[in-house]
Design a protein around this ligand. Structure first.
Ligand SMILES: *Cc1c(COP(=O)(O)O)cnc(C)c1O
Length: 369
């Protein structure tokens, strides 16, 4: 048996019929761009997160870009965010000529530390962009309160946290705008690229719908600069099929995350991920910390356990972002954690025997060191 890091084949086997049916319907009606499944999926997702508007887009990256374009981010503006994330978060800021302003993270959740944000705000700050990393929402209420005092919007990068709850509300609908990704390995994935934006402000919703299709207010009438940012009908069909099983998958992720935490507790030198009491985590990644990372990765690999590092280099230390970002305070937690994190296999179709195997391999790797 090979252990999968994320097992998309088992998921397909479990949902083959509804997925095939949904795809076949699209092939039959042949409306590959903005077909009926696009609006149907948006409606289902609006209901799921309780937002007034869902705008489906070509990817999670496109979602972030369109959100920033809609609030008018441009040259010289500043957006406060975390350096400990996937590059797309800062990339879209820089792409618009704005400056990513990095503040450090919390050592246990790896999310942006809200206590450090206020000091990063200047008259040029135009937005705060927290990331709900690994599937757990950032401290959104604290962040929203700071934003409110400065009258700036908050864009949640919820690419890893779709399905997660924070104080009884759904990630993606915790601030001015929420952006998610349907990249195949995300908690809710399609079979290619896809993403969605959530917003309850009608004017922003309208702006983002227009930006998604070349800034068209109506056909061939362009009122603003936009992008080619639509999500394919086929990909929306896949998401629709998977949505029927998504509540079960989220439940399963939470159960498996708890099981991992129980089985891995008390291993010397291994720091487990922490979930705050007022929220849950959908475990886009189950990421532990250890000082013996390289050795652990190699031992696990020999035992047939795949691993990944999310993320090995914080963004302020990346060749491209180093010179164009602004750093506020020390980013030493991000720098330290980038050397310590390693993600274990995690997906809703993992059986107990597989988890037992992974845990045993990890225990013998640690005791052998
Ligand atoms: C995956 C991801 C993105 C980008 O999503 P794509 O759909 O791959 O463009 C952005 N931010 C974070 C935190 C991600 O994990």
């Amino acid at each position: 048996m090979t252990i999968q890091f994320i097992d998309l084949k088992s998921q397909y086997r479990a949902m083959r019929e509804p997925i095939d049916d949904r795809i076949q319907k699209v092939l039959n009606h042949a409306q590959f761009i903005m077909g009926p499944e696009v609006r149907e999926m948006e409606g289902r997702l609006e209901a799921y997160v309780s937002a007034r508007h869902c705008i489906s887009v070509a990817s999670g990256t496109e979602a972030l870009l369109i959100a920033l374009m809609a609030i008018g981010i441009g040259q010289g503006d500043e957006v406060v965010t975390t350096p400990f994330t996937f590059a797309a978060t800062a990339e879209v800021i820089a792409l618009l000529g704005a400056v990513p302003v990095f503040v450090d993270i919390e050592d246990d959740t790896c999310n942006i530390d809200p206590k450090l944000i206020e000091a990063a705000i200047t008259p040029r700050t135009r937005a705060i962009m927290p990331v709900s990393l690994y599937g757990q929402a950032a401290d959104m209420d604290e962040i929203n309160a700071i934003a409110l005092r400065h009258n700036i919007p908050v864009i949640e990068d919820a690419a890893q946290s779709f399905g997660a709850e924070y104080k009884g509300r759904k990630s993606g609908n915790l601030s001015t705008i929420g952006c998610t990704s349907f990249f195949p390995s995300k908690p809710l994935g399609c079979y290619g690229d896809g993403g969605a934006i959530f917003v309850s402000d009608d004017a922003l919703g309208k702006a983002m719908r227009e930006i998604r299709v070349h800034g068209q207010e109506k056909r061939y009438h362009h009122t603003r600069i936009g992008v080619g940012g639509r999500m394919d009908t086929l990909q929306c069909a896949v998401v629709l099929a998977k949505l029927d099983n998504f509540a079960w998958e989220v439940e399963q992720r939470i159960v498996l995350g708890e099981r991992y935490r129980t089985m891995l507790s008390g291993i010397p030198g291994v720091q487990l991920p922490v979930v705050r009491r007022d929220r849950n985590c959908v475990w886009a990644q189950f990421t532990i910390q250890t000082d013996q990372r390289d050795q652990l990765i190699s031992s696990l690999g020999k035992a047939g356990v795949p691993t990944a590092v999310h993320y090995p280099v914080p963004l302020h230390q990346q060749p491209v972002y180093g010179p164009l970002c602004r750093i506020v305070g020390s980013l030493e937690i991000s720098e330290r954690i980038a050397k310590r994190v390693v993600s274990l296999p995690m997906h809703p179709y993992m059986d107990n025997d597989t988890m037992q195997l992974i845990v045993s391999a990890l225990k013998s790797a640690v005791s052998g060191s």
